[in-house]
Structure formats: C-alpha cells, structure tokens
Design a protein around this ligand. Structure first.
Ligand code: C5P
Length: 312
C-alpha cells in the first residue's frame, strides 16, 4: 500500500467493516498449570451473533493508530486490545500508513464472551485484508496469541476445539444451529481471579475424559452430543462466590434449555434452545430483573465477516 493508493480524502481511503462476534464455551476444562504460569485448557468454543463492529480505515500518517469507541468505560489508549493488535501488525509491516479504528461495542465486558479477544482478532483480519498482506491463519495466530488466550479461536471461528493455552485450535463442524439466550448479570468476573479461586478450591485435577477426547474428531459433532458432554470447571468456584449465577442456570434449565452453562470464567450464563421462539419464551422469565442484560442470538455458521467499502 502506497500513499497514492490512500485517496485524497478520508472518504476515499481504503476501509473495511469487520464484525467481531462473541463466543460461548460449550465445554471448558482447565487442566494443569504450566511453567509459564498459564493453564492448559481444553474447550469447545462457538461464536454467536452478538457482535461488536470495527470500522478500520487506512490513513497516510505512518505508524499512527487512532482508536475511538462508543463505550465510555473502555479505555482507547495503548491498553486496549484493538490498539495492541494494530500495533503488533504494524511492527511486522513496512508500509507508510496509519489506521483509524472506530469500535462499536455491543458485547458486555468481563463477561466470559471473549469480546476483547474477538475485537483483537477482527483488527488483525481487517488489516491483513486492507494491507493485502496475505497472511495465513497460522501467521495471524502468532500475532494474536500473545494478546489474549481467546484470540486464536476467533481466527478459526465459528466452531473449534481449543487446547494448550488457547493457541492450539482445530475447527470442527457442529451440525445445525441453535439459539442462545445469554444472561449477563451486569457485573464482571475477573479471569485471573477465577483461575486463582479454581486452583485454591479444587482438589486433584481431573484429566480429560475419553468422552471429551472423542469429540476432537474430523466427523461432525451433534448438539445432542454436546448437551450430554457440556461442563465448565469454572462453575464451582464462580457459582460459589456468586450463587445468583447458579440460580440463572437453574432457571434456564427449567425453561427447557437443552444445555445451560457458565461461559468462560463468567459472569454470563447461557442456555441453548432449538429455535428462536423457545429462546424468546425463556427470555420472558428474566424480564422482571432489570439488572440483567439478556440477549437472544443464533449460533454463527461462518467466520468473522468483512465488508469492504473501498480497497486500493
Ligand atoms: O489471556 P487472558 O488475558 O484471557 O488471561 C487472563 C489471566 O487468566 C492470565 O493472566 C492468567 O492468570 C489466567 N489464565 C491462565 N491460563 C490460561 C488463560 C488465562 O492461567 N490458559
């Protein structure tokens, strides 16, 4: 990309809009602690159609990253994962351009829905496209992985088995789609705290079951298999500290959810339903509690979506 390709006005500059979906963990096992201080995990993750949106536009200001965001509680400085992702990309390319990124936040933060990691992945995917870098998913994973454990998954969305610290990602096919009712209590759970609490409260670490290992196959996985195998190691410590989250899970089950689980380290609890009508019916049960943020969304069937306005 050269300066002459950037256009004479911001309107002419190459830009893309990238949708950054939330994720849910259908299974989340936390295994042994590694020598780098992180834990090995084993998870089946799935994107859902609750999406942040990033508008990414190249500018002629070499190396300059400008980030704006509609969520006032989110810092737009160097601490933001979008900023860090853009900076990591620029560290690897020699093109005399800068970038303006406008982030529209819809995914609750500190919610176990991977919003920050998805935004970082969308930034890498968007810049890879705009700068015509031709990077593979593996190359983008190398850049994204140090930013957050969930970033690699989003590069392989919509459905994958995730292992290691989060960098070992194997896409899988889950047959058919479901509707998710996401119930977020309006407070955040800090991931680091959840790991510490899990380590302090659990006894022996259970190894990965044969049933879970079997799901890591090339043939498709059914929702019935996942409903039977669903579990999240964070439920015990997080529900212990926040009993209302266990109540939400029980309400979801009572409303007919095929599967109800804490997502990530919380605080969001989700239920899966066969269709939108069933999910919206269950949603009514939570309406009286105005402190909750509740979303009805379908599971995604494709990768992070890019739409271009003008490129090159
Ligand atoms: O990578 P992320 O920012 O999500 O991690 C937040 C914290 O969670 C880490 O600093 C670490 O304490 C803990 N963590 C871990 N093992 C992982 C992922 C996260 O111990 N696989």
């Amino acid at each position: 990309m050269t300066k002459s390709q950037l256009g004479s006005s911001p309107q002419d500059s190459p830009s893309v809009t990238v949708s950054a979906p939330a994720k849910i963990n259908l299974i989340l096992r936390i295994l042994d602690r590694r020598t780098d201080g992180y834990h090995n995990l084993w998870s089946i993750m799935q994107t859902v159609a609750l999406e942040d949106e990033l508008r990414i536009r190249l500018t002629p200001h070499a190396g300059e990253i400008r980030l704006t965001c509609d969520a006032q509680t989110l810092a737009v400085d160097r601490s933001n994962l979008v900023y860090k992702a853009a900076s990591a990309v620029f560290d690897r390319v020699q093109q005399p351009v800068g970038v303006d990124i406008d982030l529209c936040k819809r995914i609750p933060m500190g919610a176990g829905l991977g919003g920050g990691s998805s935004d970082a992945a969308a930034t890498i995917v968007g810049l890879n496209h705009l700068l015509q870098l031709g990077w593979s998913k593996a190359q983008m994973t190398d850049i994204g992985q140090p930013l957050g454990s969930d970033v690699p998954f989003f590069l392989y969305a919509p459905s994958a088995v995730v292992a290691g610290r989060g960098e070992v990602v194997k896409p899988i096919v889950i047959e058919g789609r479901r509707w998710a009712l996401l119930v977020n209590p309006g407070f955040a759970v800090e991931t680091r705290w959840a790991y510490q609490e899990l380590a302090a409260t659990r006894g022996r670490i259970r190894s990965l079951s044969a049933g879970h290992s079997e799901l890591n196959q090339d043939r498709g996985v059914s929702w019935a298999q996942l409903a039977a195998a669903a579990e999240n190691d964070f439920e015990a410590p997080v529900f212990g500290r926040y009993p209302m989250l266990r109540d939400i899970k029980q309400t979801l089950r009572a409303q007919g959810a095929e599967l109800a689980l804490l997502s990530g380290s919380g605080a969001t609890v989700f239920g899966l339903f066969p269709d939108e009508t069933a999910a919206r019916q269950a949603q009514k049960q939570f309406a009286p509690d105005t402190s909750l943020n509740v979303f009805v969304v379908s599971t995604c069937s494709g990768p992070l979506a890019i739409s271009s306005r003008s490129v090159g």
